[in-house]
Design a protein around this ligand. Structure first.
Ligand code: DLL
Length: 432
């Protein structure tokens, strides 16, 4: 089903004309409302009048997650606070969150984009959909929820955390679609298999994203649950889920280009990559009012194709993600930077900044163990002091990253020292 044919099947000329018009408007908006952008553009000697269409995009400055951190919390907002109706936030690289704001119109466009993605997955107003992304500051829950409501489906706002209740409701309500992370869906499949309930569910589609996964994992999910699974992509800075999603042909994720203008650049030289080559995905938002971003560097590595898809959509497609150009990890759907752990440890006494994060996956759920080196004096101290230190570190780290981790204290100088760039992560998760 094509949710908005006029926008999803435009000719490239029509689309680029629309993108150009919208780009001119967004540049004008940020230049006049956001000090950060005015300054950056002035430094580059660019004025709004120099931007007349997408061919001028290369004249504009890049934006990074650090820019959001440096202007924390609302410094990049381009609308007065009275027009902002919603805030979301995700992890910053160190202590501070990255805060994003939406006007009422932003929320409407967001819901429209997610509705398009759900329609691509075959979801209609006759479906019952469980939204099992986290609700709250994370964009997954409320983002998927808004799109499902816009589509007119019946929404069950599960959030995360209670798999037994989720599977019971899935059976009892006759749930036909689910939106959650792919690893969580594999866990749900396992629970349903163990209870012998696969024949008792009516699920037909899943809209999975928020973390890397492979085509093999998609096929495994499809076979085990007898459903079709779709890949939805997004990031809070740019909007949330619904920036791109794949269709029934699974040959890349259609980017909603009338709202998000993609580029692929070399992450080291910042030069544009040739068509089809893998590089860092960059987005300029074309219609956002609350937090419009110029050339936002996602750090996600992918390639882009402009060929028309068999489904009839003309929207460009990005390939499944090949990793990131930074050290961000996604653990149980939560973005974690090793630097957050380091900052938290440095703020407390009794430990050294030497730590190792060991990430694994058990029963399709991510686990995180953090080994922390303790100062010498603690090792000669009472066991109970070590226990209380362990608890304290667990608490401090949970506060810093929003995830519970198993803490293991290790003796001074036991963690391997690196001659070059310090290694702080062992990721044992194998993407099947
Ligand atoms: O994860 C938004 C989202 C929610 C997308 C629900 C899809 C479904 P953030 O927390 O800001 O936002 O994390 C964004 O997650 O830069 C990617 O590295 C990764 N990511 C998101 N979707 C996918 C995907 C949400 N389909 C970061 N495949 C992004 C691979 C993904 N990585």
């Amino acid at each position: 089903m094509i949710w908005n044919e006029t926008k999803e099947c435009m000719s490239r000329d029509e689309l680029e004309y629309l993108q150009g018009k919208r780009l001119v408007k967004v540049v004008d908006r940020v230049y006049h409302n956001v000090k950060f952008y005015r300054k950056k553009m002035q430094e580059l000697g660019v004025e709004p009048g120099d931007i007349n269409g997408i061919e001028d995009l290369h004249k504009l400055p890049y934006t990074t997650k650090n820019d959001l951190r440096d202007t924390y919390p609302f410094g990049l907002f381009a609308a007065p606070q009275s027009e902002i109706v919603r805030i979301h936030a995700s992890s910053g690289t160190t202590g501070k969150a990255t805060v994003v704001g939406y006007t009422r119109r932003d929320l409407e466009i967001w819901s429209e984009c997610v509705a398009r993605a759900l329609a691509q997955a075959g979801v209609t107003r006759d479906d019952i959909i469980q939204v099992a992304y986290g609700y709250g500051l994370f964009t997954g829950g409320l983002g998927a929820h808004g799109g499902a409501e816009k589509l007119g489906a019946m929404v069950v706002p599960m959030s995360t955390g209670n798999t037994k209740k989720l599977t019971t409701m899935m059976k009892d309500f006759g749930v036909t679609a689910i939106a959650c992370t792919p690893s969580y869906l594999l866990h749900i499949a396992e629970v349903l298999e163990e209870s012998g309930d696969i024949p008792n569910i009516k699920l037909k589609a899943a809209i999975c994203g928020a973390e890397p996964w492979t085509d093999n994992m998609r096929k495994q999910i499809e076979e085990r649950l007898h459903i079709n699974a779709f890949d939805i992509y997004g990031l809070s800075e740019v909007m949330g889920p619904g920036v791109a999603c794949d269709c029934q042909y699974h040959k890349g994720l259609h980017v909603y280009e009338d709202h998000f203008l993609p580029e692929i650049i070399d992450p080291d030289t910042f030069k544009p990559m040739k068509r089809g080559e893998t590089g860092e995905l960059v987005f300029t938002t074309l219609t956002k009012e609350g937090l419009p971003l110029l050339r936002y560097r996602t750090k996600d590595l992918t390639s882009i194709s402009y060929d028309k898809c068999e489904c009839g959509r003309t929207l460009a497609r990005i390939s499944r993600f090949k990793g990131r150009s930074d050290d961000m990890l996604i653990i149980r759907g939560v973005n974690v930077f090793p630097s957050q752990i380091e900052a938290a440890l440095l703020e407390m006494g009794g430990v050294t900044p030497h730590y190792m994060m060991i990430v694994d996956r058990k029963n399709n759920l991510d686990t995180l163990e953090i080994q922390v080196e303790v100062e010498e004096r603690f090792f000669s101290d009472e066991i109970k002091d070590l226990e209380s230190l362990t608890k304290k570190i667990a608490h401090v780290i949970q506060n810093a990253i929003g995830l519970a981790a198993k803490i293991k204290l290790v003796a001074p100088k036991t963690l391997e020292r690196s001659m070059g760039k310090a290694v702080h992560v062992i990721d044992k998760r194998k993407l099947v």
